[in-house]
Ligand binder design. Structure first.
Ligand SMILES: [Zn+2]
Length: 435
């Protein structure tokens, strides 16, 4: 138990250190990392030595330190290998290839069948996407350090199982095992809510804050939470299924089988349904699918179409009431809204949503109600999935194996950055409790 706790703290400190390097616009010194994370310099030096040894970090120039020895700057070693991030959404997949600095090298989008989607359809599509990415970039499979896969619905992460996907009525599909038969690389399975939240924590609005809620609004709807700087998963990884909390008693039917769920109002299908209530004959309803209806509503509202404007106003009221509950529960420093609805309906939706939150949430200090769009460029779900693969690579015992640990100790003894007694790094602040 004690050993696990020490390991958890070490893992958490390693992520904090690395997140700081990823978040910085330019290479950073160990002193900068220590100042930004609150870790002691000795701990940062120790972790940096480990990450340099594993070739995850590299030295990138020096900075003057006012008379003393010049300080080495650290950067991510982008060429160490590649990562894959795969966003399986309801209507298609997006697969992206990243370098280790999480820069997108190449993307591919492939549609899924429109009607009944079976696990085999998804596996075939993902495999085709991965093969296209590797072939187009001339990347051998051996260079792939890991692939993160996001699938909507409840995910049993340890076993890599899609436990329940309401959109396709899947139950207990061993998706990771099915993909592993076809792709020879480490695979990590989770859902888009967790992936988006991790992307914001590493690369977006959550970089410098500890308490964050990330709401995703697209065909599926849900929330991800970071509490005290760590992703919150709940007892069985299903925390954040906010899309299926009840917004209206005896309200609209939801695809999960219940009535009045948040998702029935503030998803792509929810917006189309609101428009149909506002104006049953609106030509905007003839768009090819529900995502296209949302895009048509955004364009028409910008031109002053009264039905489109009213649809956004009603959607903002539904969303504001639903988000007020999250503000009351979590008191986040920032609540990030992402996904197709936020991307397309943008400020007209968010401005009215803020008003509705202010009316419906319990009184909060003014600075506490910060509601903003995602700041992750590109798709936060595939980026977050790739970040899970990065975390998995860092958790792999082989990445920081015993042979490397021996060499590291020898080097630390030479450079005077030996680890603390007992192997547990010192901290300038008390350890946090989440790993
Ligand atoms: Zn529901």
């Amino acid at each position: 138990m004690v050993e696990r706790t020490a390991q958890d703290i070490r893992r958490r400190n390693r992520f904090d250190t690395l997140r700081r390097v990823y978040a910085a616009p330019a290479p950073v010194s160990r002193q900068d990392i220590a100042a930004a994370t609150g870790l002691s310099f000795a701990t940062v030096a120790n972790l940096a030595a480990e990450l340099l040894e594993a070739e995850v970090l590299m030295e990138a120039g020096h900075e003057e330190s006012g008379g003393g020895r010049p300080r080495a700057r650290l950067a991510v070693n982008a060429d160490r290998g590649v990562l894959l991030g795969i966003d399986i959404a309801e209507t298609g997949i997006q697969a992206q290839l990243f370098d280790l600095a999480l820069t997108v090298l190449r993307s591919v989008e492939l549609p899924l069948p429109r009607a009944e989607v079976e696990p085999a359809d998804v596996v075939d599509t993902v495999v085709a996407g991965v093969e296209q990415l590797l072939a187009a970039t001339g990347t051998p499979t051996a260079r792939v350090l890991g692939a993160g896969v996001s699938v909507p619905g409840l995910v049993e992460r340890e076993g890599g199982v899609s436990a329940f996907s309401p959109y396709w009525s899947w139950r207990d599909v061993p998706l990771r095992a099915l993909l592993a038969e076809r792709l020879g690389m480490p695979l990590y399975l989770d859902n888009p809510l967790k992936a988006s939240t991790v992307a914001e924590m590493w690369f977006g609005a959550g970089r410098d804050i500890d308490d964050l809620v990330v709401v995703t609004l697209r065909a599926g709807v849900g929330a991800g939470m970071a509490i005290d700087g760590a992703l919150y998963r709940g007892a069985t990884n299903s925390a954040g299924e906010w899309g299926h909390t009840c917004l209206a008693l005896d309200g609209r039917e939801c695809r999960c089988g219940k009535r009045g769920c948040v998702e029935a109002y503030v998803s792509t299908a929810g917006v189309a349904r609101t428009l149909a209530e506002v104006s049953p004959d609106s030509p905007l309803l003839r768009a090819r699918d529900e995502s296209a209806v949302v895009e048509a509503v955004a364009r028409a509202a910008a031109e002053g179409d009264p039905a489109a404007v009213e649809t956004i106003t009603r959607t903002a009221r539904y969303l504001g009431v639903a988000l007020a509950g999250l503000f009351n529960l979590f008191n986040p420093q920032v609540l990030v809204v992402g996904g197709l609805l936020a991307d397309r309906l943008d400020e007209p939706l968010l401005r009215q949503t803020r008003d509705a939150v202010t009316r419906h949430a319990a009184p909060q200090p003014p600075r506490a109600v910060r509601l903003q769009r995602s700041t992750v460029p590109d798709n936060p779900v595939s980026l977050g999935a790739a970040t899970f693969a990065l975390e998995g690579f860092l958790d792999d015992r082989d990445t920081f194996g015993p042979v490397k640990a021996g060499r590291r100790a020898a080097r630390a003894a030479r450079t005077g950055t030996a680890r603390q007694p007992g192997g547990s790094p010192a901290r300038a602040q008390p350890p946090r409790h989440h790993a």
